[in-house]
Design a protein around this ligand. Sequence first.
Ligand code: C2E
Ligand code: MG
Ligand code: MG
Ligand code: MG
Length: 288
Amino acid sequence: EAKARDNGGCTAFEGEMEARYLDRQKLKSDLRAAIGVGDLSVSYQPMFTPDGSRVECCEALARWTHAERGPVPPNVFIQLAEEMGLVTEVTRFVLRQACRDCLDWPGEVAVSVNLSVLDLRGDEIVAIVIEALEETGLDPARLHLEMTESCLMDEPEKVQAVLHELRKRGMTIAIDDFGTGYSSLSYLDVLPVSVIKIDRSFVHNIREDSRRFKLLLGTVNLARALELKAVVEGVETTDQLQLINEHNCADLIQGFVFAAPMPASAVRTLCEQGVRKQTAAISAEFIA
Ligand code: C2E
Ligand code: MG
Ligand code: MG
Ligand code: MG
């Protein structure tokens, strides 16, 4: 309080805001350095068939471990990278690493990389994706690209052209966090989308909230009617899993119930061993 009073009438709240701002500046410069030297890593979260017997694809998730603070959540550092105009450099890094790591997995397993709205707004993304594929020799059919609905609404004509180009070259386009944006559904008719990833907010309460569950069910049915694959995200409990399987309302499941994000080498082990027990798939990152 004394400090706040000394501060030319600055309130404690303003003081805290300032501290946060300075903190962000420091975090930003550290992030800039980390991106510059490639000091990021990538974890992978498998998407399983609903019975948990097979991994079809793994989502690449960027990781940044700060020397003093430890892991910084991707929601935080991706936004910072966007503000700094550096997110496409992060994407480039993740794409390269993901393509390289995917080559180490069985041939039927794909990898899915997140794109930022700023990647799609820029002019480089198609070239960057192609470069990562050519550099590593990964079959484009094994590369999926996921983006949120809001990415599609940003500059619709431009995005449409980019997505058609990527699709033409054999990649799969997935819509992430499906159901949380304020977009119209008509893009599903126009854009070369083949997968929707239903946001985890449609899952967490399904046992208690039957209307919520009907939204999930209806969305999966919509996807199937349009011949899209429905990935259900954020399945955490065996109870949720059971309900989903009783109603056959997922094509693929991505969630802690089967596996949390893990290093590329652990994906390989998981695929080689086969996935017999759900608990066997829970990774070190989740337990930690
Ligand atoms: P997302 O793309 O929707 O990724 C899924 C997030 O949900 C991941 O968080 C994952 O760890 C978490 N998750 C998976 N299963 C469960 C579950 O059962 N329960 C709960 N509560 N969470 C689960 P993560 O890794 O912290 O990433 C957060 C977000 O950061 C991602 O959401 C994505 O929007 C962004 N992100 C991560 N990596 C990248 C990247 O390389 N590029 C871009 N542009 N964004 C990224
Ligand atoms: Mg994603
Ligand atoms: Mg998601
Ligand atoms: Mg999400």
